[in-house]
Write a protein of this length. Structure first.
Length: 245
């Protein structure tokens, strides 16, 4: 009986996770290790609701098989303290520094007016440099991103308790983002991840838990996104559309 149960478990798992056909991993925009090839253009649009409404648009282009550039625009409404409107307009770059049988490593860099993250959206210029590493298999991808972000000007922010905090001489924060991405039979996929943010002003520290689930039709993917911030207890839900041209 134990052998029968074990065999049925293996069969069911293989039916659920194993792809029905060979997958071109380089075309899966939702994969956390995706990078555009020469001449490819991608559009990633999303909107979500929680303590406020946010729209997020990323447009990326591959300048070579190892270098891509992106424009990152975010808009939100319904937030407190009049922090609405365009909360980020930034330019980001990704350079694939190495790739082999054991995985790939990317160098990330960028500049933005506003924040490079979920919240809070800082109202000053943000300089970002980071590293992403991971490995892709046919059925799954594991990745880890470490992004350092620097603000060199004086300013103020609102912490998770709604208290305005003034900072002198700038602030910095580091985001640690582990991700697991599963490709499921029938072109469905499931992504799980977290973002652990450590800020030089400790009251701005955050821990986000993220999940997404969706289906890809050709080179277009539709997803449902959810997120939860542990300290502020902000629950967010929304949809996303990825397109590869």
């Amino acid at each position: 009986m134990r052998k029968l149960i074990y065999s049925l478990f293996i069969v069911n798992c293989s039916l659920f996770i194993s792809p029905v056909r060979a997958i071109d991993l380089s075309k899966d925009v939702a994969d956390p290790m995706f990078i555009e090839k020469l001449g490819e253009f991608t559009s990633q649009s999303s909107m979500d609701f929680g303590n406020y409404f946010q729209f997020h648009q990323i447009a990326s282009y591959g300048f070579s098989n190892r270098l891509s550039g992106a424009i990152d625009v975010r808009y939100r409404a319904g937030a407190e303290n009049d922090r609405n409107g365009f909360t980020n307009i930034g330019v980001m770059g990704t350079f694939r520094a190495g790739q082999g049988n054991t995985g790939a490593t990317d160098i990330l860099f960028g500049f933005g007016f506003g924040g490079q993250g979920v919240v809070p959206h800082y109202s000053d210029e943000v300089y970002s440099v980071g590293l992403r590493t991971g490995r892709q298999w046919t059925a799954a991808t594991l990745a880890m991103t470490i992004m350092t972000n620097w603000i060199f000007k004086d300013g103020e922010v609102v912490d998770i308790n709604g208290v305005e905090r003034i900072y002198d001489g700038g602030i910095a924060y580091i985001d640690f983002t582990p991700e697991a991405y599963l490709r499921i039979k029938g072109d469905w996929s499931l992504g799980l991840g977290a973002t652990i943010r450590k800020v030089t002003i400790s009251s701005l520290d955050q821990q986000w838990l993220n999940a997404r689930f969706g289906k890809t039709f050709g080179q277009t993917g539709w997803f449902v996104n959810t997120a939860y911030e542990v300290q502020s207890q902000d629950i967010r839900a929304g949809v996303a559309l990825n397109m590869l041209f």
